[in-house]
Design a protein around this ligand. Structure first.
Ligand SMILES: *Cc1c(COP(=O)(O)O)cnc(C)c1O
Length: 767
C-alpha cells in the first residue's frame, strides 16, 4: 500500500473529529488506536471491495476458533506501512508502541485456533481465495491470574478497546432456527491483508442477536419479563468461548454455537449463489469448505437440509456436499472427538438430525460392516465419522499423526476409503512469528540473502554457508530479546530474571499429555541435586512456563498450583539464587508468545509420543533459532528430519514403545529406583509445598495409584528426559551449540503456513 503521511494523519484526524469529538492533541490512547485503525481501513477499502466482488472460486475455512492476537501491528506490517505509520505518529509526538496495551482478540483456545489465524495470513499472502467463517464471541478465552498459586479466571472483555478492524454488515443478516428459538445472525467482517501483495481476504464472524428489537408495547402490557428473557437467550449463544482445549464439552449451548455459525455461513453463501441465478447443483464450481476439526461438522447435514429444501434430491445434495466438504482432524484423543446424544440433537435440530439419519442409512445401504463403520450408534452421533463419510478429503496435521489416523483411530474408514486420507503438516506464518516479533533478526537475514524468504521460507536455507559469520550477530540479537523479555516479565510478573541465564521455555495449554509435570519434576530434581551438593556446576537456568488450564480441568489446575509452589520454593531459596529461577507467566496468549519465542534458548516439546497431533509452537521456536528438547511426537519428528536429529535433543519412548510399555506399566519400581525423583514427587504430599486444597495430593495419586497410574508415562520417560536435558544445559554456550540454533532456523522452511495452505489449495481445494 502506498503511504502518504499527510493523507494518513488527515484521515486519523478526521476519524477523531467524527467519532470522538477530539483531535490529535487531545486524543486518548483508545481514541488514537481506533482512529489509526479506521484510517487504515478507509485507505484499503477499495482493495477489499474489489476482492469481495471477485468471482474467483473460494474456500470457506469453517472454524469455531480464530486466535488472531493483536491486529494492528500485523495489519500494518502486511500492508508494508508499519515503519511509516510509526514515523508519522512520532512526528505528532505519539509512540506507536502504546498500542501494546490493546487486548488480543483471543477467540480461540490454543494451537487449533492459532492455526486458523496463521492460515488466513498465509492464504492472503499467497493469493489463495480463503475466507474464514466463525463466531464473534463477546468474551474470548478467559484472562488468567494466579492467586496464592492457584489459577484464577476473569472474563475477557476484548471489545473494551473497540473493534475498529471489523465492519458490521447488517445487510447480510440471516435467521438461524432452532426447534425452540429463532435468532438473527449478524456478520462482522474483518479484512485479512496479504503480505505486501494487495490481496484482501475476509474473516466473517457471526454474532447472535434477538429477532425483534425489544418490544415496548408488550413490555407495557406487563409481558416485558418474557420478552427480555428471549433477548437474553438470543445474545447468549455467542456470549462466550468454551475454554476447553482438546476436550469435548457435551453442552447444548456449545451445539447451538456450532450450528449457529455454520447455518449462518451456509445460508449466506448458498443464498447469494442462488440470488445470482445459479443452479445449486453447481455450488462446488464456486465453493469448497474446510472443516477445522469436528466443531463445524454439523455444516454437512445443514447443507443437506438447505439443498433439499431448495428441491434437490438427497443423492444430488449428498453429491454437492461430498464435493464441497473437507475435514481436518486435530486429535486422536477419544475425549476430544465430538459425539452428541442423538435425542438431544434431534430435539434441538430435528430437520438437521433427519439428514444425519439419511447419511447413516446410505452408509448402511452400501453393505458395510456396521460394527466398524457407523455414524449413529447406540443413540450417539459420531461427528468425526460423519465428516469422514461425506467429505472428499480427511487430513491429519503431521506425518506421524496422519499415520496414526490411518492405522489406529480411523483404521476401518481408511481401509474403505484410502484415497480420502492425506497429510498436510501444519505451519506458522513467518510474518507474525519473525518479521513482526523479531525484526532485528529478520534484518540480519535480509542483509545476507535478501527478502524473498519472507514469503518463501525454504530460502532461509541460503544462510547455511554464512552460519559462522552470522553467529555473533545472532547471539547479540537473541540476547537483546532475552533482555526485553526479562523486562516484560519484571513489569508483569514482578520476578527478576537475569538475561544471561539459559531460558528454558515450555509454553502451551496445560494438559496432562503435554507433560508440564515432567518439566516441573526435573526442576525439583536439579534443585535437590544442587542443594545436596551432588550437582556442583549447574549452568544458571531460568525455567519459564506459560499455560492456561480449562477451568473445569482439575488435574491441569493442580499442575499449575504445583509449578507455582515449586517456583516459590526455588526462588525463595538463597542457596540456588545464582543457579535457578522458575517463572510461570500469567495469561499466556499470542502477544506474550511473540515476546517469548524469540527469546528462548530451549523449546520444550515433551508430550507423550502419539498424543500431540502436530504442535505449532515447536515451529515458532525453531524459526526463532531455538533447539528442541522433545519427544518423537507430532511435527517434532519432521523438525528432526529437516534440521537433523543431531541438532536437537530427543528423548523418551516412541509411539511403538508407548504402546508396548502400557501393557505392563507400573511406576512404583521406577520411583523406588530413583531416590531423587521419589523425593521430588513426594513434595506433593510431604509438606514441602503448601496446599490446603488437597489438589497436590490428588496429583500425587494420579501419578502413583488408581486404575491407570501415570497415564502419560512421565515417570517412565523421566530418566531419559534428564539425560537429554542435562546434555543440552551443559552444551549450552559452546560453538557447536550455537551452530545448532542457527541450523534449526535455516531449516525451518517446511513449517511455513505458506507451504501448508499451498498444499491445501493444490491437493484438496483445487484452487
Ligand atoms: C502457537 C500457540 C499455541 C500452540 O502451542 P502448542 O505448543 O503447539 O500447543 C497455543 N497458544 C498460543 C497463544 C500460541 O501462540
Amino acid at each position: 500500500m502506498k503511504f502518504d503521511k499527510k493523507v494518513f494523519l488527515a484521515d486519523v484526524e478526521r476519524v477523531l473529529h467524527a467519532d470522538y469529538a477530539c483531535d490529535l492533541k487531545s486524543a486518548g490512547r483508545k481514541e488514537l488506536y481506533n482512529a489509526v485503525s479506521k484510517a487504515v481501513m478507509e485507505e484499503t477499502f477499495d482493495d477489499w471491495n474489489r476482492a469481495r466482488k471477485s468471482h474467483r472460486r473460494r474456500c470457506g475455512y469453517f472454524s469455531a476458533e480464530f486466535l488472531m492476537g493483536r491486529a494492528i501491528y500485523s495489519n500494518l506490517l502486511n500492508l508494508g506501512i508499519l515503519e511509516e505509520a510509526g514515523e508519522a505518529l512520532r512526528s505528532v509526538g505519539e509512540d506507536i508502541n502504546q498500542f501494546e496495551e490493546v487486548e488480543d482478540a483471543a477467540l480461540g483456545n490454543g494451537g487449533l485456533g492459532r492455526l486458523a489465524a496463521c492460515y488466513l495470513d498465509a492464504a492472503a499472502s499467497q493469493n489463495i481465495a480463503l475466507d474464514g467463517y466463525g463466531i464473534r464471541y463477546r468474551y474470548g478465552l478467559f484472562r488468567q491470574t494466579f492467586e496464592n498459586g492457584f489459577q484464577h479466571e476473569e472474563g475477557d472483555d476484548w471489545l473494551r478497546w473497540g473493534d475498529p478492524w471489523s465492519v458490521r454488515v447488517e445487510r447480510d443478516t440471516v435467521l438461524v432456527k432452532f426447534a425452540d428459538q429463532t435468532v438473527r445472525a449478524v456478520p462482522y467482517d474483518m479484512p485479512v491483508f496479504g503480505y505486501k501483495n494487495g490481496v484482501v481476504n475476509t474473516l466473517r464472524l457471526w454474532q447472535s442477536e434477538p429477532v425483534q428489537a425489544f418490544d415496548f408495547s408488550a413490555f407495557n402490557e406487563m409481558k416485558g419479563e418474557v420478552k427480555a428473557n428471549e433477548n437474553f437467550n438470543a445474545t447468549k449463544i455467542t456470549d462466550v468461548l468454551y475454554p476447553n482445549d482438546n476436550t469435548m464439552v457435551g453442552k447444548i449451548l456449545r451445539l447451538r454455537q456450532q450450528y449457529f455459525m455454520v447455518s449462518a455461513s451456509l445460508q449466506d453463501i448458498v443464498g447469494k449463489y442462488k440470488a445470482a441465478g445459479k443452479d445449486l447443483r453447481t455450488l462446488p464450481e464456486k465453493w469448497c469448505f474446510q472443516l477445522n476439526d469436528t466443531h463445524p461438522v454439523i455444516a454437512i447435514p445443514e447443507l443437506l437440509r438447505i439443498l433439499r429444501s431448495e428441491g434437490l434430491t438427497f443423492e444430488e445434495a449428498f453429491g454437492v456436499c461430498a464435493a464441497c466438504f473437507n475435514f481436518t482432524n486435530h486429535t486422536i484423543m477419544a475425549e476430544a472427538l465430538e459425539k452428541w446424544d442423538a435425542l438431544a440433537l434431534s430435539d434441538l435440530l430435528p430437520d438437521v438430525y433427519e439428514q444425519i439419519v439419511a447419511c447413516q442409512q446410505k452408509l448402511q445401504s452400501e453393505g458395510v460392516d456396521t460394527n466398524a463403520l457407523y455414524i449413529i450408534r447406540d443413540n450417539v452421533v459420531h461427528m468425526a465419522n460423519l465428516a469422514i463419510y461425506v467429505a472428499s478429503h480427511v487430513n491429519g496435521v503431521a506425518e506421524i499423526h496422519t499415520n496414526i489416523l490411518k492405522t489406529q483411530t480411523f483404521r476401518s474408514w481408511y481401509e474403505r476409503y484410502p484415497e480420502k486420507f492425506v497429510n498436510i503438516t501444519n505451519g506458522i506464518t513467518p510474518r507474525r512469528w519473525m518479521l513482526l516479533n523479531n525484526p532485528e533478526m529478520a534484518r540480519l537475514i535480509d542483509g545476507k540473502i535478501g527478502t524473498h524468504w519472507h514469503t518463501h521460507l525454504p530460502e532461509l536455507k541460503k544462510i547455511m554457508p554464512f552460519i559462522d559469520e552470522l553467529l555473533p550477530a545472532f547471539k547479540r540479537i537473541k540476547q537483546q530479546n532475552k533482555q526485553k523479555l526479562a523486562d516484560h516479565i519484571r513489569a508483569h510478573e514482578g520476578i527478576d530474571l537475569a538475561p544471561d541465564f539459559i531460558f528454558d521455555v515450555q509454553v502451551k495449554r496445560l494438559h496432562e499429555y503435554k507433560r508440564q509435570m515432567l518439566n516441573a519434576l526435573s526442576v525439583l530434581w536439579y534443585y535437590f541435586g544442587i542443594k545436596d551438593g551432588d550437582i556442583t556446576d549447574f549452568p544458571p537456568t531460568a525455567f519459564i512456563f506459560g499455560a492456561k488450564a480449562a477451568p473445569g480441568y482439575y488435574m491441569a489446575k493442580a499442575i499449575i498450583k504445583f509449578i507455582n509452589e515449586v517456583a516459590a520454593l526455588v526462588n525463595g531459596d538463597p542457596a540456588v539464587a545464582g543457579k535457578m529461577k522458575v517463572v510461570f507467566v500469567q495469561n499466556y496468549n499470542v502477544s506474550y508468545a511473540e515476546k517469548i519465542v524469540c527469546a528462548a534458548d530451549i523449546s520444550e516439546q515433551i508430550s507423550m509420543a502419539g498424543m500431540e497431533a502436530s504442535g505449532t509452537s515447536n515451529m515458532k521456536f525453531m524459526l526463532g533459532g531455538t533447539v528442541t528438547l522433545g519427544t518423537l511426537d507430532g511435527a517434532n519428528v519432521e523438525i528432526c528430519e529437516e534440521a537433523g536429529r543431531e541438532n536437537n535433543y530427543i528423548f523418551g519412548a516412541t509411539v511403538e514403545e508407548v504402546a508396548a510399555v502400557k501393557q505392563y506399566y507400573c511406576p512404583r519400581e521406577i520411583i523406588e529406583q530413583n531416590p531423587r525423583l521419589k523425593r521430588a514427587l513426594e513434595t506433593l504430599v510431604d509438606g514441602t509445598l503448601s496446599d490446603d486444597s488437597g489438589m497436590l495430593r490428588k496429583l500425587y495419586e494420579s501419578m502413583t495409584s488408581g486404575y491407570e497410574p501415570d497415564r502419560y508415562l512421565v515417570l517412565y520417560d523421566f530418566a531419559d528426559y534428564i539425560r537429554a536435558k542435562t546434555q543440552l544445559l551443559y552444551d549450552f554456550g559452546t560453538r557447536e551449540f550455537d551452530r545448532k540454533c542457527l541450523v534449526n532456523m535455516a531449516s525451518v522452511g517446511k513449517f511455513s503456513a505458506d507451504r501448508s495452505v499451498c498444499e491445501y489449495a493444490k491437493r484438496i481445494w483445487n484452487l
